[in-house]
Ligand binder design. Structure first.
Ligand code: PLP
Length: 302
């Protein structure tokens, strides 16, 4: 008797969720790409995750700017103009009725016979999903702070491109969760913190200076990182240094936090089981969160 094929999803998507694949809005459960898609074969694809808060896309321009930088770095054509992309993003919010959640979009090089060199006339594919987020869980993390564990940064040399080649990040995050931590901070061979597995890393020094690593090919230019820097600049807060910091310096920090589209600003209360400061979310982090959310919400368009 033939065995009925079953999709390998641990949790089925709730009925009613709609995905977008190359011009079509489809039930999430039946949306798929071709097995020869280069995103699947080679991680030849880039992505963005944009927070949806009260039905609005946060930092939308920043995410689209970065998407454009990612595709340009890989010489990958965008499947549609920026304005059309924005229209699809809004249609996804509308069809999914997402109030608070995450919009995920991925541009892949498309389906081609498997061969390493990039095909001359590749046609990119675009996929999008939208899902709700448990805001209570995010706010609990914000109130209580999270634990970090550190591990070697074993990623490639172009971490500034937001590709779906995330296996090193996935392994780091998995190890962190096994260790009872929420996030992993990746540390290079010189003992310098690069960033989190899916967040940018920040510390507040004993002197009250905010430090986050300068942009380079070693880290992703976080859109939330930029939003925080802009919000602080607008408030005239200039005790900020964009520079590398070591794990030793992080251990001595008064406060620490992470930034990402999915969580905004989240306090770090321990690093490798050592308490940061007094082991509780600190006032600077709280203020950074307040300023960032105020600015990001004000800038968000419907
Ligand atoms: N660093 C890495 C490696 C990430 O994967 C992410 C987000 O996915 C970030 C930093 C934070 O970037 P953003 O603020 O744009 O979400």
């Amino acid at each position: 008797m033939p065995v009925k094929a079953r999709a390998n999803h641990a949790r089925p998507a709730p009925a009613g969720r709609i995905a977008y694949v190359d011009g079509r809005y489809l039930p999430h459960a039946s949306a798929s790409v071709h097995i020869e898609d280069r995103g699947l074969q080679f991680a030849d694809s880039v992505y963005e995750v944009c927070a949806i808060l009260q039905g609005r896309l946060m930092d939308e321009a920043g995410h689209l700017d970065r998407l454009e930088r990612s595709v340009t770095a890989l010489d990958m054509p965008l499947p549609m103009a920026r304005r059309s992309l924005q229209a699809v993003m809004r249609e996804m919010l509308r069809r999914n009725r997402t109030k608070n959640g995450l919009l995920y979009l991925q541009v892949t090089r498309g389906a081609h016979r498997r061969d390493h060199p990039i095909p001359a006339h590749a046609r990119s594919s675009l996929i999008m999903t939208a899902r709700p987020v448990n805001m209570a869980a995010v706010e609990k993390r914000r109130a209580e702070g999270i634990a970090i564990v550190t591990m070697p940064d074993i990623r490639w040399g172009r971490c500034d491109i937001k590709t779906t080649g995330l296996l090193a990040n996935v392994m780091a995050k998995t190890e962190a969760r096994r260790a009872g931590a929420f996030e992993a901070w990746l540390v290079d061979h010189q003992g310098i913190v690069t960033e989190g597995a899916s967040t940018n890393a920040w510390i507040v020094t004993g002197e009250g200076v905010l430090v986050t690593r300068n942009l380079s090919t070693h880290i992703l230019a976080g859109v939330t990182r930029l939003g925080v820097l802009n919000a602080l600049a607008a408030e005239g807060f200039n005790a900020i240094e964009e520079r590398p910091f070591s794990l030793e310096e992080a251990y001595r920090a008064r406060e620490a936090f992470v930034t990402s589209a999915s969580g905004g600003v989240i306090p770090v209360v321990s690093i490798d089981a050592r308490p940061v400061g007094d082991g509780r979310p600190g006032p600077v982090t709280r203020r950074v969160h307040a300023l960032y959310s105020e600015h990001a919400r004000a800038a968000a368009q419907v």
